[in-house]
Design a protein around this ligand. Structure first.
Ligand code: F0G
Length: 457
C-alpha cells in the first residue's frame, strides 16, 4: 500500500511566526500560564482545537461570494437545509451560530431543576448548558473508555446497562432525553459503534425517551465504523451516517468541526412542539429561522462542507494522519490515550508525570512546557477543566483522567508540521523529571479553564 497523502493541493498559505524559547517563557508568564490567554500570533503550531480552525476549500470560499444575504427565505438556507435533511433525516433544521447555541436552546426547553441528562461523556459546553438550566449532566461511558492504556475499537460507547439502571433510578419522567456524543471528544476522540447507538436507542425507546446525538464529528465516527465494525466495510460513509442518525430523534451540531467552517452549527429534530419552541427562542437570541445566528455566506460554506466531509479519501487521510502522530509518540515511549482518536491525540499526563499529583495539574505542566519548548499550543483536559472543590468541605475532586489534547485542525498542517510536534513532545518527555506542578491563582465560577491564571507550584 502506498503512503496515504493529503487529498488536496494548497492554494493559499498563511505564514507562521517564529519565536525564541526566552520570548515564549515571557509570553507564558504574562498569560498566567494559560494558553487560552496567549495571542494566536505568538503560537507556532496551534493544536488548541480542531473547532473552527479548518482550511476551507476553494468551493467553500466561492460559496462565501455566492451566499444569499436575504433576511428571510435565503437560497443559502435551503441549500443547507436540503443537505442536512438528506444526511440526518430530521424534520426541522434550525441553524445556530455554533454548537453551544443549539445546546442552549435545547436545554432551555427540556432542561431545568429536577431533570437529568445522561450522555456517554458530555463535552464541557454541553454540561455547562445543562447545569445552567438547573438540570444535572451525567456521564455513562463504558468502563474500558476510562482506561487510557486499554485498546479497543469503540471506547466511546455508552454503558447501556448503566443507562437502563440510571433511568430506573432517576425516573423516566425526569429524563427529557438521552444524548450520545460522536466521537467522544472528552473521552479521547473515541468512536461509538453503530451497535451501541442502536442499543442506546432501544433502551431509551423502551422508556419513551428521545435520543439526541451530539454530532460534531459524525463523519469521523462513521469512518471508524466503516473500518472497524462488521458489516459496514462495503457501505458508503453517507449510508453509515444516515443509519447513525436514523436511530436518533434529534441532534446538536457544531459545524466548526466536521463541516469545515469557521463558524456555524445547528439543532435538528423531529418533535413539532420542541421545534416550535426552539424557533421562538432562536428568534429572540440568534435570529430569524432561515439564518439563525449566521450570515447567508456561512450557510453556503456549511452546506458545501457537509458535502465535502463525506469524501472517503479525505476521511482516510484524516484518521491516518492523526494515527501517524500517535504511532510516532508510542514508538518513543510517550504514554498516550490508546488507540489514537479521530481528531486528536491525547497525552496521558498521569503516566507522563506520575510524580505530579492531580491537584497540581500535571496536564497543565505539559501544556506549558510544550509551548515553551516548541511554541506548540495544546489544551489540558483533566482537573483544570473538570476538577472541582467540594462546596461544603473544599475537598479537591479530580477529573477521572488527566489528559493533554493535541487537536489537529482539518486540512491545515502537513506531515512535517506533525513531525516537528513529535520532536517537541519527545523533548518534553525526556525532560519530564524537571517539570513541576501548577496552582490556580484566579478562576471563574464556570468553565474556569478558559480564563484561569496559574503560578508554578
Ligand atoms: N459538543 C462537542 C462534543 C464539542 O467538542 C464541542 C466543541 C461542542 C459540543 C460545542 O460546540 O464550540 O461550536 O459551541 N468543542 C470544541 C473543542 C470547542 O475544542 O473540542 P461549539
Amino acid at each position: 500500500m502506498k503512503t496515504i497523502i493529503e487529498p488536496f493541493k494548497i492554494k493559499s498559505v498563511e505564514p507562521i511566526k517564529f519565536t525564541t524559547e526566552e520570548e515564549r517563557e515571557r509570553i507564558l508568564q504574562e498569560a498566567g500560564y494559560n494558553l487560552f490567554l496567549v495571542k494566536a500570533e505568538d503560537v507556532l503550531i496551534d493544536l488548541l482545537t480542531d473547532s473552527g480552525t479548518s482550511a476551507m476549500s476553494a468551493k467553500q470560499w466561492a460559496g462565501i461570494m455566492e451566499g444569499d444575504e436575504s433576511y428571510a427565505g435565503a437560497r443559502s438556507f435551503f441549500r443547507f437545509e436540503k443537505i442536512t435533511k438528506e444526511l440526518t433525516g430530521f424534520k426541522y433544521i434550525i441553524p445556530t451560530h455554533q454548537g453551544r447555541a443549539a445546546e442552549k436552546i435545547l436545554f432551555t426547553i427540556v432542561g431545568g431543576a429536577g431533570k437529568f441528562i445522561p450522555n456517554n461523556t458530555h463535552f464541557d459546553t454541553t454540561r455547562a448548558n445543562i447545569e445552567y438550566s438547573g438540570a444535572e449532566a451525567h456521564d455513562l461511558l463504558v468502563p474500558i473508555g476510562k482506561d487510557p492504556s486499554a485498546r479497543a475499537d469503540f471506547k466511546g460507547n455508552m454503558d447501556v446497562d448503566a443507562l437502563e439502571k440510571f433511568i430506573n433510578e432517576k425516573g423516566k419522567e425526569n429524563i427529557p432525553l438521552v444524548m450520545i456524543t460522536v466521537t467522544n471528544n472528552a473521552g479521547g476522540g473515541q468512536p461509538v459503534s453503530m451497535e451501541n447507538i442502536r442499543a442506546t436507542k432501544e433502551v431509551a425507546s423502551k422508556y419513551g425517551i428521545p435520543l439526541f446525538i451530539d454530532a460534531c464529528r459524525f463523519a469521523e465516527n462513521a469512518y471508524f465504523i466503516k473500518k472497524r465494525e462488521r458489516g459496514y466495510q462495503n457501505k458508503t460513509v453517507k449510508e453509515i451516517v444516515q443509519e447513525m442518525f436514523s436511530y436518533a430523534d434529534g441532534c446538536t451540531m457544531s459545524a466548526k468541526k466536521d463541516a469545515f467552517v469557521n463558524m456555524g452549527g445547528f439543532l435538528a429534530l423531529n418533535d413539532d412542539m420542541i421545534a416550535q419552541n426552539a424557533r421562538n427562542i432562536l428568534i429572540v437570541t440568534e435570529g430569524f429561522p432561515t439564518y439563525g445566528g449566521l450570515a447567508g455566506r456561512d450557510l453556503e460554506a456549511m452546506a458545501q462542507g457537509l458535502e465535502e466531509i463525506l469524501d472517503e479519501h479525505y476521511l482516510q487521510y484524516r484518521l491516518r494522519s492523526v494515527e501517524y502522530l500517535g504511532e510516532k509518540l508510542i514508538e518513543a515511549g510517550v504514554p498516550i490515550l490508546e488507540p489514537p482518536g479521530g481528531h486528536a491525540i491525547y497525552l496521558d499526563a498521569k503516566r507522563f508525570l506520575p510524580n505530579i499529583p492531580p491537584e497540581q495539574f500535571p496536564g497543565q505542566a505539559i501544556v506549558a512546557e510544550l509551548f515553551k519548548v516548541g511554541g506548540v499550543r495544546t489544551v489540558e483536559i483533566g482537573s483544570v477543566m473538570f476538577g472541582k472543590n467540594e462546596k461544603r468541605t473544599g475537598k479537591f475532586i479530580p477529573s477521572t483522567m488527566e489528559l493533554v489534547r493535541l487537536a489537529i485542525p482539518r486540512r491545515v498542517y502537513t506531515q512535517s508540521h506533525i513531525d516537528y510536534v513529535v520532536e517537541c513532545v519527545i523533548e518534553v518527555f525526556n525532560n519530564r523529571s524537571k517539570l513541576h506542578g501548577y496552582k490556580i491563582v484566579y478562576e471563574a465560577p464556570m468553565l474556569r479553564h478558559f480564563t484561569a491564571r496559574f503560578l508554578p507550584h
